[in-house]
Write a protein that binds this ligand. Structure first.
Ligand SMILES: Nc1ncnc2c1ncn2[C@@H]1O[C@H](COP(=O)(O)OP(=O)(O)OP(=O)(O)O)[C@@H](O)[C@H]1O
Ligand SMILES: [Mg+2]
Length: 307
């Protein structure tokens, strides 16, 4: 696994391989679907990780699919026997909305955990109709946390402290980061052992990635030696455009096995689901987006054995 900043000059080298990569992705998806657990198949159970995996879903670039990925991977894992907490670390509260978790008014939220030392147990809610899935909501108050944290003791480790004091039995904690590299994202990277980076298959997708990776390295060196980039997920893939497959291939050339085989396609169902307070897994389990996130979650769960 290489974690070097991207070199845009590499992309022409891989064009030859593009068509075979796309067909490999397609056949992998088909094989996985034929193999059984389609979305909604609650009977199937995936292996539990030996200890709780804490995964920060980060990319300071906005709108690349962090929240969609956090929510749907979490839902898919929970539908396959995993106990999963989504921590909404974005003042926009999009993950809370998608998980039908109240995050308006004076609901206790992540802000109070980070700034006022409220125990995690006081804010975590079970997601309606989703056994095993929990959400720690974010209200707009969290927008003030970037500034208020600055003057607090152990400002980078507030989330880590709160999560280690939280004694719920969980298999996964998935932290949905805001689109910035500020103190909220730093808290996520200090609390996590794994970073998952969603990359949108578009022209500017790789811009800023070097900066994110440098931050991960800095946090690893100074604050959290166990942190590692474990997963890259390619999102909003439009198979009709050559650009999407070029971006996908360039990312694979640099990051190798870190990149999930499953690619998340563009799917209007994925963007509709949050307005119904649902993940796409329940909103439209047969849609291409739901099937792709199910496959992605399966890959993540089965990698657990090797991490
Ligand atoms: N695969 C997809 N197909 C179609 N639309 C998508 C897909 N993934 C995400 N979207 C939509 O794109 C928008 C951005 O996605 P999302 O909110 O997940 O990104 P984000 O990285 O969390 O954004 P932010 O940086 O603002 O937190 C949303 O409207 C979402 O519904
Ligand atoms: Mg988001």
């Amino acid at each position: 696994m290489t974690q070097t900043p991207l070199n845009p000059g590499d992309s022409p080298l891989v064009r030859e391989a593009l068509s075979s990569v796309v067909s490999r992705e397609t056949s992998a998806t088909q094989a996985a679907t034929q193999a059984g657990d389609t979305p909604g198949g609650a009977e199937s159970t995936w292996p539990r990780p030996p200890k709780c995996r804490v995964i920060a879903v980060a990319n300071q670039k906005g709108g690349v699919g962090k929240t969609t990925t956090s929510v749907n991977i979490a839902a898919a894992l929970s539908m396959n026997g995993q106990r999963v907490l989504v921590v909404d670390l974005d003042p926009q509260g999009n993950a809370s909305t998608a998980l039908a978790t109240e995050h308006r008014g004076d609901v206790p939220d992540v802000y109070q955990v980070l700034v006022d030392d409220l125990p995690m147990a006081d804010i975590v809610k079970q997601v309606p109709d989703m056994p095993g899935l929990y959400c720690a909501p974010a209200t707009i108050d969290l927008a003030g946390a970037e500034i208020e944290l600055v003057s607090l003791v152990a400002r980078e480790a507030r989330l880590r402290r709160a999560l280690s004091a939280y004694e719920a039995e969980l298999d996964y904690i998935i932290i949905d980061c805001p689109p910035s590299l500020g103190l909220l994202t730093v808290n996520a990277l200090v609390a996590a052992e794994e970073v998952m980076i969603p990359i949108q298959c578009e022209y500017y997708a790789l811009e800023g990635l070097g900066q994110l990776l440098r931050n991960v390295d800095l946090i690893k060196a100074h604050l959290n030696p166990t942190l590692r980039l474990s997963t890259i997920v390619l999102t909003m893939y439009d198979g009709r455009t050559r650009l999407a497959s070029q971006v996908a291939e360039e990312v694979r050339a640099h990051f190798g096995d870190t990149v999930l085989n499953t690619v998340i396609p563009r799917s209007v169902r994925l963007s509709e689901a949050p307005s119904y307070g649902q993940s796409v897994m329940t909103y439209d389990p047969g849609s291409s987006g739901a099937m792709a996130y199910m496959d992605a979650a399966r890959e993540i769960a089965h990698r657990a054995a090797t991490v």
